[in-house]
Write a protein that binds this ligand. Structure first.
Ligand SMILES: [Zn+2]
Length: 486
């Protein structure tokens, strides 16, 4: 326990430094299974006998910086309006496909939540004999989205016969898996570049007209347990193919992968099982390619999830950063030192001079300058005459005081005030925090939980803090900037 505590302290101390904390991330990757098999140079020879790409799913790791073991549990505050929807989005993905899927897995950032069953040159026979068997070995449950990406290698088959064989297998698997709570998708076969294909000595000939017929027949025969994802109509016009006309460049695989995860998330964002079919990229208010949190494997992939959108917002604006390249640690607790550092970043990290009056911080610590600034600006108070307690979790009421202090320091309008009487636990609010909380509630920066409580003494997770910072930006900072510009 004590050891955990020390490890956590070290992690927190490093949190806002430039160190990428690769060591911590690496610790979580040890158990990882090698996924798609990288095959050699003969990438376009579908007929060549090649190794299969199969992986067993590994459990999603807990970020090592998560202090859950050392701090008291955080109640869910109202900054999580979509908490019940959050659980709907899958956290694990099983992809079943051919060489395009093999290559997609190689083109994207490794995600431990992904399992690939894929083989080059694979078509209906491999699917029925091998893929189905391997897929049944995966312990599919409510966390899973299963995506089928087959068909492009079956162009020599009669489309109506081969689609029936696919649908018989997929529908049977989907019946089993949806009963277990998983979501099952068939992904439309994406386009080939016919001009390139014709100039290349490729053993087969795939036409987009055949692909269109295949997709149409699949859509018709898939059962209601299978959701049809039409990404071809979105990406057809701008896929960049390699010389063979069938395989793509990395950028296109990355786009397809992003679209798939985004579309699965959108499916899950709707309250019923109504299929979501993207008509074109502009249908979406969330730009997958520009998503600032897409590299984080521990952030919910649903762009309309409250955590995802808040984390997109604060990382894009530089108010918060991940704890490593791949982890944001949304459920880790925010300390007083971190909270002040966020506001210091919002202020543009002004130069400070002199020494701090607080005895529990040292020059060189990531929060030293932020605390020195915040103390001088009246943005944050110490926890005693000469103590700031930077490593202690910030409470909701303390964070409200800091935001209020920052608003006053910046000359924003702080006149708006709401009564706290309606909250069941209003009496728990500290005297020093009352004015700040009245302001925070009145301006939608903070609100009660579903039980009508304000939870002034509770701590905040990084995701909750991101949501509050976003509200603070949208309700206070940006309107004030608009006024001063007018
Ligand atoms: Zn995003």
């Amino acid at each position: 326990m004590r050891r955990n505590w020390i490890v956590w302290m070290l992690c927190l101390a490093l949190l806002f430094t430039v160190l990428p904390l690769q060591a911590l991330a690496a610790e979580d990757t040890k158990e990882e299974t090698t996924q798609t098999e990288a095959s050699g140079d003969n990438e376009d020879k579908d007929t060549e006998k090649e190794a299969e790409a199969t992986a067993t799913p590994s459990p999603t790791p807990t970020p090592s910086a998560s202090p859950s073991a050392t701090v008291s549990p955080t109640p869910t505050p109202s900054e999580s309006p979509a908490a019940e929807e959050e659980d709907r989005a899958p956290s694990k993905y099983l992809f079943i496909g051919d060489s395009r899927t093999v290559e997609m897995s190689q083109a994207v950032t490794e995600d431990k939540a992904d399992t690939f069953i894929a083989q080059r040159g694979a078509g209906i026979d491999w699917f029925c004999s091998e893929a189905v068997k391997k897929a049944k070995e995966v312990k599919v449950d409510t966390d899973y989205a299963v995506l089928f990406l087959m068909g492009v290698n079956d162009r020599e088959e009669d489309a109506s016969t081969v689609t029936k064989r696919y649908c018989d297998e997929i529908n049977a698997l989907a019946e089993e898996w949806t009963a277990l709570g998983a979501d099952v998708y068939f992904v439309s076969v994406t386009a080939v570049d016919e001009a390139k294909e014709n100039s290349y000595t490729y053993p087969y000939n795939v036409k987009n007209s055949w692909i269109a017929e295949f997709n149409k027949l699949m859509q018709k025969q898939l059962s209601s347990n299978v959701r049809y994802l039409d990404i071809n109509s979105v990406v057809k016009s701008h896929l960049s193919c390699r010389a063979d006309g069938i395989h793509y460049n990395d950028s296109s695989y990355q786009e397809i992968y992003g679209l798939l995860k985004n579309d699965v998330a959108l499916y899950n964002a709707v309250t019923d099982k109504t299929p979501y079919t993207a008509k074109n990229a502009s249908d979406k208010t969330h730009d997958v390619t520009a998503c600032s949190s897409k590299a984080f494997t521990d952030v919910n992939k649903n762009p309309y999830n409250w955590q995802h959108s808040a984390i997109d917002y604060v990382t894009e604006k530089g108010l918060m950063a991940g704890i490593s390249d791949k982890l944001f640690a949304p459920n880790s607790t925010v300390t007083r030192g971190m909270a002040v550092t966020m506001l210091y970043a919002l202020e543009g990290k002004p130069e400070v001079s002199g020494a701090s009056r607080f005895k529990d911080i040292k020059s060189g610590q990531y929060f030293y300058k932020p605390i020195l600034w915040a103390d001088g600006a009246g943005v944050a108070n110490g926890t005693g005459e000469d103590a700031f307690s930077p490593m202690v979790a910030v409470t909701r009421e303390q964070f409200a005081v800091m935001l209020y202090g920052y608003a006053r320091f910046s000359g924003f309008d702080t006149g708006n005030s709401a009564a706290l009487d309606s909250f069941k636990d209003a009496k728990n609010v500290s005297n020093y925090a009352k004015e700040a909380l009245c302001w925070a509630v009145a301006n939608g920066v903070m609100s009660g939980d579903t039980g009508g409580r304000l939870l002034p003494k509770s701590s905040l997770t990084r995701a909750q803090t991101a949501a509050m910072l976003r509200s603070f930006m949208e309700n206070i900072v940006i309107p004030a900037a608009g006024e001063s510009a007018a």
